[in-house]
Design a protein around this ligand. Structure first.
Ligand code: ADP
Length: 659
């Protein structure tokens, strides 16, 4: 058995591999970029080696630096995770030459499946079914168009070197073909530096069903059943499940055996996934083989009770596969959802920023959370914006789906926009519950899946305002607010607070309130509820609104507020700053960065008096300039930034005392 392993990856997959390797008694070595010095995978490994700058090409893609780190630490093996160098044959080769075990297939197998066209040619030879199509060398547009005519429209044009849905275009008819071809070639060239394409019959309502295979170096190869990954957006997976809904034992066997044939035909060793398109009539076609562990491997682990990373490490140690095909048992049903920092309302635009608040349901026999991130960390532009994978299991699909809904409802992520609510709607969708899935599902159900967050109710506003006031006290008193003791009567002091309901249509609400004995009295139009509340340091807001007890999650980054109530994540923003501290005197007011960016100009210095509305700082963010102005007249106490500084969202830029 191997004694040590270096994990050439980051985030949740590095943490995932470390977990199993440690359990098996291996010494674990992490590598990290400068952006990840404080990351979870670094903390979890026995040792960690810095390999370079934050850009992937300066660190996680730097084969030499990684092999050097392995040599320096005496690592017996390198596990590449997924992404980065996991499907790089030259890297696998370099490991072999350095006498380090590469936890993956031999370089020849990676090469065989590397190009889509070449892989398809090989599969045709091995009698694995293919979507009718053209994957020839000749790239003359006339030849390609003729091939498309022969296949029959609609056709799909795919980048031969493609991945992640890039360079993929549909031509619905002959009239569209040339334009779509040019567009696919342009994308292929810019993404992969290779504009070769292949052409396939475009299936109208296919499902994406993939088979997990495993082979050892003694000639054994098995399939660990299937995963259905049909729920996709922009050809990328959103929800994965195992087994596939409606799968019959006979079809499973046929697909499983075809996948094993595919793996054997290229001398495969280790964990791999053979992806198929499953057509409505039950025919299935080889799409590609991923020669590594997949993001969605946990659903297979939950229905088989196996640890695939353990199998990988055993196979890499030249052991035989632990089980034969007839010893593998499929038990229950599992779902995985990928929680991303992205905005479903803006075509799933990736988001960056600090995770101000992070709460997952407890893990147990039904719930598993794979993550590489903790509260307070940044989702940066350097890497994939995945925050975590939520995986659930139960004895059948309906029960597992109920687990998924519950788990999503208990997940709170604040500080940036995520797809959590979108996933919750998917999990609650009727057609999805029926198992009526195909790759066009999200597109077809867009209207039901993308309704905006409801407008903030009175309760939401009261909770957000209360959370904000309590968190101000945490900041200004410098100690966690843990009980509701010690409220003082403010002798008629009253104040107001303006909140903008960002997620509910940008409506502004002005809340007038008084400090009561042990809480706040809000003066609303029809009532004056008393709110007594406590806010724990980890963002749990327990409130009593005129006798009604409510619990919510609360997080803030500067003036941005996230409130989690009944599974809905509301976003609000404070407009104008108005808070008086205990003595009744104006507290120091902070100006924080509303978004990440660069300081272009600082117009004030400490000691200077400013009028309300005076420009303080100019910030460049997202290629636009934003001027931050004084919300009050006052005196500048401290300036914490200078021209040229890169700043984080929520970072304090200056403080002043209102006059
Ligand atoms: P990539 O490597 O870029 O991820 P794939 O070849 O794996 O590309 O295909 C990704 C997705 O595109 C599939 O899961 C499926 O949704 C869709 N797709 C691929 N080929 C076809 C086809 N011939 N007809 C219809 N949809 C397809």
């Amino acid at each position: 058995m191997l004694k040590s392993v270096l994990i050439a990856n980051r985030g949740e997959i590095a943490c995932r591999v470390i977990r199993t390797a440690k359990r098996m008694g291996l010494r674990t070595i992490a590598v990290y970029s400068d952006a990840d010095a404080q990351a979870l995978h670094v903390a979890q490994a026995d040792e960690a080696v810095r390999i370079g700058g934050p850009l992937a090409r300066d660190s996680y893609l730097k084969a030499d630096a990684i092999i050097e780190a392995a040599k320096k630490t005496g690592a017996g093996a390198i596990h590449p995770g997924y992404g980065f160098l996991s499907e790089n044959a030259a890297f696998a080769q370099a490991c072999a030459e350095a006498k380090i075990v590469f936890v993956g297939p031999p370089p020849s197998a990676i090469r065989a499946m590397g190009g889509k066209s070449e892989a398809k040619a090989l599969m045709a030879k091995a009698n694995v079914p293919l979507v009718p199509g053209y994957h020839g060398e000749d790239q003359d547009p006339k030849v390609l168009e003729k091939a498309a005519d022969k296949i029959g429209y609609p056709v799909l044009i795919k980048a031969s070197a493609g991945g992640g849905g890039k360079g993929m275009k549909v031509a619905a008819s002959k009239a569209e073909f040339r334009d779509q071809l040019a567009s696919a070639q342009r994308e292929a060239k810019s993404s992969f530096g290779d504009d070769r394409v292949l052409i396939e019959k475009y299936l109208e309502r296919p499902r994406h069903v993939e088979i997990q295979v495993f082979a050892d170096s003694h000639g054994n190869c098995v399939y660990l059943f299937e995963r259905d990954c049909s729920i996709q957006r922009r050809h990328q997976k959103v929800i994965e499940e195992a087994p596939a809904p409606g799968m019959t034992a006979a079809l499973r066997k046929r697909m499983g055996e075809a996948a094993v044939t595919a793996a054997k035909s290229i001398g495969y060793v280790g964990a791999g996934t053979v992806e198929f398109l499953l057509d409505e009539d039950g025919s299935f076609y080889f799409m590609e083989m991923n020669t590594r562990l997949q993001v969605e491997h946990p659903v297979t682990e939950l229905i088989t009770g196996l640890d695939l990373v353990e199998w990988q490490l055993r196979v890499a140690s030249d052991e035989k596969l632990p089980l034969a095909q007839d010893q593998l048992v499929l038990n229950g049903h599992a779902f995985e959802v990928r929680l991303y920092a992205e905005d479903p309302d803006r075509d799933f635009l990736p988001q960056t920023g600090r995770i101000a608040h992070l709460r997952f349901p407890a893990e147990n026999g039904h719930v598993r959370i794979d993550t590489g991130i903790t509260e307070g960390k940044e989702i940066s532009t350097y890497y994939d914006p995945m925050i975590a994978k939520l995986i659930v299991w139960d004895r059948d699909r309906m029960s597992a789906l109920a687990q998924l809904r519950r788990t999503l409802g208990e997940t709170e992520i604040g500080g940036l926009i995520t797809n959590t609510a979108f996933l919750a709607r998917l999990a609650g969708n009727k057609a999805f519950a029926k198992g009526d899935v195909d790759t066009g599902f999200i597109g077809r159900h867009e209207k039901e899946l993308l309704p905006s967050v409801p407008a903030a109710s009175e309760d939401v506003l009261l909770l957000a305002a209360t959370g904000l006031l309590l968190s101000e006290r945490q900041v200004s008193l410098g100690d966690p607010w843990s009980s509701s003791d010690g409220w003082r009567h403010y002798g008629g002091a009253h104040d107001h607070l303006s909140l903008i309901d960002v997620s509910g249509g940008q409506t502004a609400h002005k809340l007038v309130f008084d400090y009561a004995k042990d809480g706040f009295v809000f003066h609303l139009k029809r009532a004056a509820p008393i709110v007594r509340a406590s806010l724990s340091v980890d963002g749990r807001l327990i409130a009593d609104i005129s006798g009604r007890r409510m619990a919510a999650g609360f997080a803030r980054t500067g003036d941005d507020i996230a409130l989690f109530l009944d599974g809905i994540s509301y976003r609000l923003k404070r407009a104008g700053i108005a808070f008086e501290d205990e003595s009744g005197e104006a507290a120091a007011l902070k100006v924080t960065a509303p978004m990440p960016g660069r300081i272009i100009a600082v117009h004030v210095a400490a000691g200077k008096m400013v009028e309300k509305g005076a420009p303080l700082i100019v910030l460049e963010a997202m290629k636009m300039e934003h001027t931050l102005k004084a919300g009050h007249a006052g005196k500048i106490e401290h300036v914490g930034c200078k021209s040229g500084d890169q700043i984080r969202e929520g970072q304090e830029l200056l403080r002043f005392a209102a006059s």
